[in-house]
Design a protein around this ligand. Structure first.
Ligand SMILES: [Zn+2]
Length: 195
């Protein structure tokens, strides 16, 4: 039985770069990989898995919340890679779990742990529940040198906890922050608003 992996990190922790590097090394050995991502993530263009470092490749399968995977399509595959896995539905994560068991193909999911309000994403929660191996891809806080834990949302340059949990687009910016900086930056905004 192959394993289901969850590799999580904050924004800017090079998760997609890590995914593309794994895909590349399988391809070098002429092994087939399938790259999947949620359909709703259109930040870099529909169906493209792209790292901030500039590397990219097309997604083979786009996952909707109600997608039903055909296990037969994965029989000749050496590895399944999933980007932005925090946006997956529970039922899709359940199917990834089944894929590793039934088809004996390793499934490696990359994604955020929590949203900008520090709450678990649905897909991340299910992966924490079901994954064989969970590893953190570490990165440093934008404001200090501690390890980043949360994703701080900036709206027009100001830290905020307002807006929907799933919001993709260029107007908002997200920064990796340690717990201390995350809290103090939001407090600064609240103090400024109170003036
Ligand atoms: Zn910090």
């Amino acid at each position: 039985m192959a394993k289901l992996y969850f590799r999580y990190g904050t924004v800017g922790s090079a998760k997609t770069l890590n995914l593309l590097a794994v895909a590349h090394s399988y391809s070098q050995q002429e092994k087939r990989v399938i790259v999947m991502k949620p359909a709703l993530d259109d930040r870099f263009g529909y169906g493209v898995v792209k790292s901030r470092a500039g590397l990219q490749r097309d997604a083979d399968i786009l996952l909707e919340p109600a997608t039903v995977l055909n296990q037969a399509e994965f029989k000749e595959v050496s590895c399944v890679l999933v980007d932005e896995a925090q946006f997956l539905s529970r039922q899709v994560v359940d199917q990834l779990r089944a894929l590793a068991i039934d088809i004996d193909v390793p499934v490696i999911c990359y994604g955020l742990r929590s949203d900008f309000r520090t709450e678990l994403f649905e897909g991340a929660q299910r992966l924490f529940e079901l994954a064989d191996e969970i590893t953190e891809i570490k990165t440093t806080c934008f404001f200090c040198n501690r390890r980043a834990l949360f994703n701080l949302k900036l709206l027009n340059g100001k830290p905020t906890t307002d807006g929907p949990s799933i919001e993709l687009g260029a107007e908002e910016k997200y920064l990796p922050a340690c717990a201390g900086c995350y809290t103090s930056k939001l407090e600064e905004t609240r103090l400024l608003q109170a003036l």
